[in-house]
Design a protein around this ligand. Structure first.
Ligand code: PMP
Length: 441
């Protein structure tokens, strides 16, 4: 596989080697796949990417899940280009699309009465937590183990280097991480215990979960898990934050909260919110909570929760997001991408069974997981063990990811495949043929 990539992607390899001299690791983004070297893309349209050596790929990375309408979707691009011609990307002042995108989010997402656009998922999680702390007057935060909520000091502290148990993120004072606690996925007794413990030390400001399960559903949760978490939060007077950075719009216009029929107090958005355009982030919730951002009702004694951002809610991001959401509504993008995910998953299951592979494929709509079977079984049986990924698995997934790339498929870290509205039946069938070639090796 490595030889094949070296033969077919010489320009990518050369660029990656040069990149390492000016960029730490040679890639700017932690999602960028760099085993055995990063592949550099120069064209993206619909379901396909093309690299600088002219190779074509079916794109199941979707820029980490942002491009539900397909890459470089023309109707949104047209609106963005019009806006850029009229006013450029930013003025720092109010623009009509800032209001329009807020109205769209409020219209579709059940628990959101007011909305504030921010710069990224990470920032939005930070804002949601600050809001929860200000509103409740409590300090502690509970997250679910294995869940990624961006790289702020308070949220990233638990990441471990696979196989070693050592922290991945250094430079974070213990004083900061001591207010963040992890519980096991699907384990309500563990969550209750943590809430009780926190009650002895001042209380829990918020429980933050990805409603589809940690790490985009890599560790799936039982259907009634979110409702049970909601009930526990109410019992302990704690706010519930849904991190819908991945599930927002991808799970339908109302996000995972509409699907599970559970209302969080604060919702965090990112990725699909701007249809893949930059500065994708925002938080929404009930009016009395959100007004704390303006220093109004809500918050202890109406104390303001401060958030900032020079480029937040700029005209470029908001026009892109507004028309992306409009197009998702007009086309039923989530439904189409979800059916593509079902077809991809069913085809992978067929390949796994026919070839007797030690793999498992499972999906929640447009989010398809392709894992070594042990991981999922461990997750369901003994959640905590599954969180301690081992180095062997990581290397195996890297190799699988490289093999998929060599056969014209870009995946997310070799184990997750995100579909978009551009994935027609023939494209999915073509992808399945390519997977079959890989597994024939
Ligand atoms: N929350 C979740 C669930 C995510 O998947 C991510 C990004 N992968 C983030 C937060 C952070 O978002 P961003 O990369 O935009 O800061």
């Amino acid at each position: 596989v490595i030889n094949k990539l070296e033969t077919t992607c010489p320009k990518s390899k050369a660029l990656y080697q040069h990149a390492q001299t000016v960029i730490p690791n040679g890639v700017q983004h932690n999602l960028a796949f760099n085993y055995p070297f990063a592949i550099a893309m120069d064209k993206a349209k619909g379901a396909y990417l093309r690299d600088i050596d002219g190779n074509q790929y079916i794109d199941f990375l979707q820029a980490g899940g942002t491009t539900l309408l397909g890459s470089n979707y023309q109707p949104v691009l047209d609106k963005v280009q019009n806006l850029l011609a009229e006013c450029g990307p930013v003025t720092g002042l109010l623009h009509q699309y800032e209001v329009k995108i807020a109205e769209e989010v409020i219209k579709h997402v059940p628990s959101v009465e007011m909305f504030r656009m921010l710069g990224s998922g990470t920032e939005s999680v930070m804002a949601a937590i600050r809001l929860a702390r200000n509103i409740t007057g409590k300090k502690h935060i509970i997250k679910v183990g294995g869940g990624y909520h961006g790289w702020s000091d308070q949220m990233v502290y638990g990441l471990r280097i696979p196989g070693t148990g050592r922290r991945e993120a250094h430079g974070i004072p213990k004083d900061i991480s001591k207010y963040t606690h992890e519980v096991c996925p699907n384990d309500l007794a563990n969550l209750r215990l943590m809430l009780n413990l926190n009650s002895l030390r001042g209380g829990t400001a918020a429980v933050i979960v990805e409603p589809i399960g940690p790490e985009s559903g890599t560790r799936p949760v039982y259907f009634d898990y979110n409702q049970q978490v909601r009930t526990l939060c109410d019992e302990f007077d704690t706010l519930l934050i849904f991190d819908e950075v991945v599930s927002g719009f991808r799970f339908g216009l109302g996000g995972a909260q509409a699907y599970f029929n559970v209302d969080p107090d604060i919702t965090v958005f990112g990725k699909c919110l701007t249809g893949g355009y930059p500065m994708a982030g925002g938080i929404g919730g009930r009016k009395e909570i959100m007004m704390s951002l303006a220093g109004g009702i809500g918050g202890k004694g109406g104390k303001k929760t401060f958030v900032g951002g020079t480029l937040s809610a700029n005209p470029l991001s908001t026009v892109a997001g507004y028309y992306a959401i409009k197009e998702m509504e007009r086309t039923n993008a989530a439904g189409i991408a979800g059916r593509a995910g079902d077809r991809l998953c069913a085809g992978l299951e067929e390949i796994i069974e026919r070839r007797g592979l030690p793999y498992v494929a499972y999906n929640q709509g447009s989010i398809v997981h392709l894992e070594t079977s042990g991981v999922l079984l461990l997750t369901l049986a003994k959640p905590i063990k599954a969180l301690r990924e081992n180095a062997k698995r990581k290397h195996m997934m890297e190799q699988m990811g490289a093999a998929y790339t060599a056969h014209g498929i870009i995946s997310l870290a070799g184990s997750c495949l995100l579909t978009s509205m551009a994935d027609t039946d023939p494209i999915i069938d073509e992808a399945l043929n390519r997977f079959d070639e890989v597994f024939a090796l």
